[in-house]
Design a protein around this ligand. Sequence first.
Ligand code: ZN
Length: 186
Amino acid sequence: MADVDSEPIEQAGAGVPDNFQRLWTPHRMAYIKGENKPTGSGADDGCPFCEIPKLSDEDGLIVARGSAVFAVLNLYPYNSGHLMVCPYRHVSDYADLDGPETAELAEFTKRATQALRKASGAQGFNVGMNLGGVAGAGIAAHLHQHVVPRWGGDTNFMPVVGHTRVLPQLLRDTRDLLAGAWPAAS
Ligand SMILES: [Zn+2]
């Protein structure tokens, strides 16, 4: 049973949820605003994908770390369990990935689908990259592969106000589930 009077939890990268979240308990919703955009295109301009790996897995919502790439939950998810696979290196163009980055990005994409199937029973996936702002990339300067789990009947989820979305699980709980389901290297 959720505690409706508990204080909002600060989530790294997402800011502190405001009190509206209490309207939505018992699923203490992650409350997401568009307030963590980089100030420029450089790695030192507040790029979240350069900052996240410096955090603990729990604070950064990192599901798995490889040698060239990592998998992290999206703070602006299209669906519960929406993952991204990112190179550690601040690179915008897919063609600029080196061999090991290309291979591990593909391998982590595969494992992300396996983890999502195991943890959440995902029935399908949308997988891909938006390269460049004109293609819809939110953080165009640091490429990232989206892995969005899909279930029958999940469309038209509730965008409530602006970037706010109602999610059926806390992001931290989702991270724990997916990290536990992440397949070992084969
Ligand atoms: Zn970056």
